[in-house]
Design a protein around this ligand. Structure first.
Ligand code: 0X9
Ligand code: ZN
Length: 579
């Protein structure tokens, strides 16, 4: 019944056989053959194995959602990748999956973690990923060095920390980024990372995003207005207790809660992404078995990690969606929530608990396709992957009406550093930046055009000069993977100098952006405006541009600095040159 995967690397095959021979007594390892599943799966001991599970009917994957979490799902090719011991393998077989052991991934799973030669920091073998302690130290240092931009906030305790006399555990922290000199209220983006402990890349991605924002303040015009006028809140380590296990090389997913009835220390814990209070345990998208890797916990938000995120979100964001499942958040609702996971290259949005389209489903898809344009992921409703209940995104959207997303970044849990640096970071930083940009009206702005290739001619001017502002308005920047997004012709655009339209008590004047070719008749248009610097103080100014399409959708703002050189600054230079 079971074929074995043929792999090119003899070394890996041998390693797999040897490892399985020692660690999985049931697996036959004789004769140089790749590992296979044992004939007798009736015991609870043995494995784990990584298997390809083939299916003909997608409903089989849905049934699996109450048992385990598939590592990868390839609906287009009819197979998924899953890992587990005898219980999970039995469940796959009982549901009718045809199994094939992936020898290389099994060997990888069992391989001990070792630090690279000379490695002094980071997760052993993966120096690009900071440990929990290193992540916390970096964030605290960032806040200490930039007190006006960054605040490091203790928002609760991990499960271990709440246990009397147990392991020390951790505090749960949020890094809040905004220019605190400018008063709020401001639109907010909340980013959660690595709530699944073994997902190495997300925590580092969130930390790098924070460092990029603080490091670019005052240098990059978009980042500057974002930190002045928006807030970005990041929980960089959503599951520090579990992460400690994963840092040692264990593929630990859940928290480390051990008092719910599972007596096997290798598999206890609650899956925090099945523990959230919205539609908790509603629909077969989680397990009641305390040793399951998708165990939903003894009650909604039973875990301190879950409760800390929920309480923080409820304190920071207004409740914008009525409890009725069919009721949408208003079109002008505010706030974006992004939960970073790995892997699979997906951008997912609610609902996850059910196949029905969420009341704001169309607008969620629009923002999802916009972010997926940047990170190259497949955008889709979460339940299209497999149904899940008690997840973070269903809570953030369902309970509060936030535009909520889950990113599945990269290609594996323990992602190689090269891939993280070269592919995950450059793809996902702009996706997160876009999420931050549209946090004011995430159900509206993504339908409008982007402003790109913003340039000033000349770039630096004196007072009483005239410059030309140039840009391209583009209504087509959406991922078209697995679907499409309606696009329209550009119909206009606006330029604001220093005062964007949301500033209270000011009367910001918009100057129109004009078509460079004389007519707005395409979905991508070059535009320009002539701007006089008369009346502008010497110094740095911010030009805010946004486009409008033929259906009236106003897109996200992009900004550019304009430096006006005054006589004070100019004269001494002239005098030096001509004494
Ligand atoms: O199963 C999960 O929790 C996520 N996959 S992971 O490999 N990171 O564990 C997928 C969740 C998909 N559903 C929702 N986002 N609602
Ligand atoms: Zn995950």
């Amino acid at each position: 019944m079971m074929a074995t995967t043929v792999r090119p690397s003899l070394i890996l095959l041998l390693a797999a056989v040897l490892l399985l021979a020692t660690l999985a007594p049931g697996a036959p390892a004789a004769g140089g053959q790749p590992p296979d599943l044992p004939g007798d799966l009736s015991t609870e001991e043995g494995g784990p194995w990584v298997v390809r599970a083939y299916y003909d009917d997608r409903r089989m994957v849905a049934s699996l959602a109450a048992v385990l979490e598939p590592w990868e799902v390839h609906h287009d090719e009819g197979w998924l990748l899953a890992a587990g011991g005898p219980r999970e393998i039995r469940a796959l077989l009982d549901l009718g999956f045809r199994l094939e052991v992936d020898a290389a991934r099994t060997a990888e799973l069992l391989a001990p973690r070792v630090a690279l030669e000379g490695q002094v920091a980071g997760i052993p073998g993966f120096p690009c990923y900071r440990t929990v302690e290193e992540t916390y130290a970096s964030a605290a240092a960032l806040a200490a060095a930039h007190p006006d931009l960054a605040t490091w906030i203790d928002v609760g305790d991990s499960w271990e920390k709440q246990q009397p006399g147990g392991a020390p555990g951790y505090d749960l922290w949020v890094l809040r980024l905004t220019n605190s000199q400018l008063p709020g209220p401001k639109p907010k983006l909340f980013v959660l990372a690595s709530i699944h402990a073994r997902e190495y890349a997300p925590a580092e991605l969130a930390t790098r995003f924070a460092e990029y924002l603080v490091g670019s303040y005052g240098l990059d015009a978009d980042v500057t207005w974002l930190l002045d006028h928006h807030e970005i809140h990041l929980m960089l380590q959503g599951n520090p207790d579990g992460r400690k296990m994963a840092e040692a090389g264990d593929l630990w997913r859940k928290n480390t809660d051990s008092d719910d009835g599972c007596t096997n220390p290798a598999v206890w814990g609650v899956d925090l992404n099945r523990n959230f209070a919205f539609r908790w345990d509603c629909c077969g998208g989680s397990s009641a078995y305390p040793c399951s890797e998708v165990y939903h916990g003894p009650g909604p938000a039973s875990e301190p990690e879950t409760a800390a995120v929920q309480d923080y979100l409820r304190a920071e964001f207004p409740d914008q969606r009525p409890p009725d499942l069919d009721a949408p958040a208003p079109a002008d609702a505010t706030g974006v929530f992004v939960d970073l996971h790995s892997h699979g290259d997906l951008v997912l949005w609610p609902w996850g608990f059910d196949y029905t389209v969420a009341p704001n489903g169309t607008a969620l898809e629009t923002l999802g396709r916009k972010m997926a344009y940047w990170n190259g992921a497949v955008p889709q409703q979460a339940s299209d992957l497999y149904p899940t209940d008690g997840t973070t995104d269903d809570f953030a959207y369902g309970d509060l009406g936030l535009a909520a997303f889950t990113f599945e970044v990269g290609t594996k849990f323990f992602e190689e550093c090269g891939y993280f640096e070269d592919t995950i970071l450059p793809g996902n930083l702009p996706a997160l930046l876009y999420a931050a940009k549209v946090a004011r009206t995430p159900y509206q702005a993504p339908a409008g055009p982007d402003v790109r290739d913003l340039a000033l001619l000349p770039a630096v001017v004196g007072v009483d000069a005239t410059i030309q502002v140039r840009a391209t308005l583009d209504d087509t920047r959406y991922s078209t993977l697995g679907g499409s997004e309606p696009t329209q012709n550009i119909a206009g655009g606006e330029l604001y100098v220093d005062l964007p339209p949301w500033v209270q008590g000011a009367t910001p004047a918009a100057q129109p952006l004009l078509p460079l070719d004389g007519a707005f008749d395409a979905s991508v248009e070059e535009v320009w405006a002539s701007l006089s610097t008369a009346g502008l103080e010497p110094g740095r100014h911010v030009l805010y541009l946004r486009g409008r399409d033929a259906e009236g959708h106003l897109g996200a703002f992009s900004a550019h600095f304009l430096y006006v050189i005054g006589h004070q600054a100019y004269l001494p230079v002239v005098q030096q040159q001509a004494p």
